[in-house]
Structure formats: C-alpha cells, structure tokens
Design a protein around this ligand. Structure first.
Ligand code: GTP
Ligand code: MG
Length: 272
C-alpha cells in the first residue's frame, strides 16, 4: 500500500459516524471544575451559571441542526437533528470525532472569552489598570476552564427521558449541595434525599422555596422556528431561542422540548 493510503487508512480506522435520521445528544462537561470552582459562591454561583448558559447559547448557534439544550452545574446537553427537511444533513455529517472535538473546543473558547469580557468590564468599573488584570482576576487561575464531550444517538421515544434524567440528576445534586452548605460531610453520611430535606427544614430553610429557579431546575433552551403569520403566510425568517429555568416536572420538560424545531421535527418529538 502507498504511504499516503496507509496513513489515511490508520487515520480513518476510528472515523465513526452516528446513524442518519436519529436524534443526537452532545454532552459537554467541565474538566475538573471542582478545582476551577474553588472561588465560586457556595453552594450556588449565579454568575457562573449565567456564563456557562451564555457560552452554551453561543455554542448552540454554531451547531447545525440544534434543537434544544439543558444546562446544569458544569454540564450542557445539546439535542441535534439531521431531519429538519428530507435533504438536510447532520452537523459534520454526524462524524463523531468532529462533533466531540468541535463542541468541546467551541464551548471552552466561549466560556473563556465571556469570563475575560466580564472581568475586564469589572476591572474597568473598579478602575484597575489593564496591566494589573492578570494578578487581579480571582477566577482566572492557572488552568483555563475546558470541557470534554461525548456524542451518541437516541431513539425518538427516549429524547424526553434523557432530558428528564439529567434534570432529576440536578435535583438530587442541588439538594445535596444545599445540605452540604449547612452540614458537615460526617453529619450527612448515609442520609437519603428525604432526610436531607428534613435537615434543611430543621435550620429554617427550604430547598423548594429558598432557591432561584435555575439552582433547583437548571436551565432549558430551545430553537424555535420563525413564526409564520397564518393569514399572510409570511415570516420575518428569524430563528429565536427560548430560555427557561421554570421547568420541573417531566410533563413540563416534554412540552418545552416537543416545541423545538420545525413542524417535521416536532412531529417526531411528539412520540417521545
Ligand atoms: N460552588 C459551586 N460549585 C459548582 C457550581 N456548579 C458547579 N460546581 C462545581 O463543579 C463540579 C461539577 O461536578 P463534576 O463534573 O462531577 O466534577 P469535576 O470536578 O468537574 O470532575 P470531572 O468532570 O470528572 O473532570 C461540582 O462538584 C462543583 O464543585 C456552583 O454553582 N457553585
Ligand atoms: Mg465536570
């Protein structure tokens, strides 16, 4: 075999593709954010949540076939389709290597950029000289934040279940994070969720009532097709993105996700 053919052969050995006409999930997760977040507000950091949400929105705008997403803690799940029309193609033709490397690179770059922008505005407000900035930024420690990624396909009727699963995971973590801010690890050892709720109530606090929606529910986003005026059959052609932190139950999550995309995709999501 020729040298170049041999090298291409090695390169293409794991060049896998996700199957056509399936919904795809791309989940990115912050690398070692336990360490990166040591300066975060405890238990929940509103500023960080806003930053990762905005980085997710910027990333979603660059993903072909993006339909919906969910942001909780240091992770974001993106739902993609290759079925907006008969002819449409998946993002990078659904090549797994391309999808995971690009998704993790894009969200890492966007988060870092947003942090720097936020920090320079704060520094400007505080009259800090640009040359002092590097030493001043409390959140820019030595390793810039980055994300890993995985991508996989799902049957139509599992799409809502996937998002409900991630939301349930966050509900559990959120209760645990609140309890940990009030009690030591030792005091919480062996305690299940109802017991943690009880302990939170015992100090006059309440997970359901005291937290902002994003800290209990995470944040959902979805792409909405341009509105078409039924009388004139015209549209301004602009796609919009809905953002909400108010979804709690499986029913609410299903209704939101099922409203994403165009009519063709919505019909498929209805089966979920
Ligand atoms: N204080 C605080 N920490 C947060 C917040 N959101 C995320 N984190 C941190 O991010 C971590 C996310 O969990 P993991 O993804 O399991 O942990 P990780 O350290 O990123 O580890 P890997 O993902 O395996 O690299 C949490 O354990 C917290 O330490 C927040 O709002 N406040
Ligand atoms: Mg992580």
């Amino acid at each position: 075999m020729e040298l170049s053919d041999r090298m291409k052969d090695y390169e293409n050995h794991y060049r896998g593709k996700l199957p056509r006409k399936r919904f795809v999930i791309v989940r990115v997760d912050g690398d070692n954010f336990h360490a990166f977040g040591r300066h975060f507000c405890k238990p929940f950091d509103h500023e960080f949540h806003d930053l990762i949400r905005d980085a997710a929105l910027m990333t979603s705008a660059e993903m072909q076939g993006f339909l919906a997403g969910y942001i909780q803690s240091d992770e974001v799940s993106f739902l993609l389709t290759d079925d907006m029309s008969e002819e449409s193609q998946g993002w990078f033709d659904y090549q797994v290597n391309k999808i995971v490397s690009t998704a993790s690179a894009r969200i890492s770059v966007h988060l870092n950029r947003l942090m720097l922008m936020r920090a320079s505005v704060a520094a400007w407000d505080a009259h800090i000289e640009p040359k002092e900035l590097a030493g001043w930024l409390p959140r820019c420690n030595h390793t810039p934040p980055s994300f890993d990624a995985r991508a996989f396909d799902l049957p139509d009727d599992e799409v809502i279940n996937y998002f409900f699963w991630r939301a349930l995971d966050w509900h559990r973590n959120s209760v645990q994070m609140m309890a940990r801010s009030l009690y030591s690890q030792k005091q919480l050892q062996g305690k299940d969720q109802p017991a943690m709720h009880e302990m939170i109530h015992a100090v006059g606090k309440n997970w359901t009532n005291d937290l902002p929606d994003w800290a209990r529910n995470g944040t959902f986003i979805r792409r909405v097709a341009p509105y078409v005026n039924p009388h004139t059959n015209t549209s301004n052609g602009r796609t919009t993105v809905d953002i909400t932190s108010e979804l709690f139950s499986r029913r609410e999550i299903a209704a939101f996700i099922q409203g994403a995309g165009n009519e063709r995709v919505r019909a498929r999501l209805q089966s979920s």
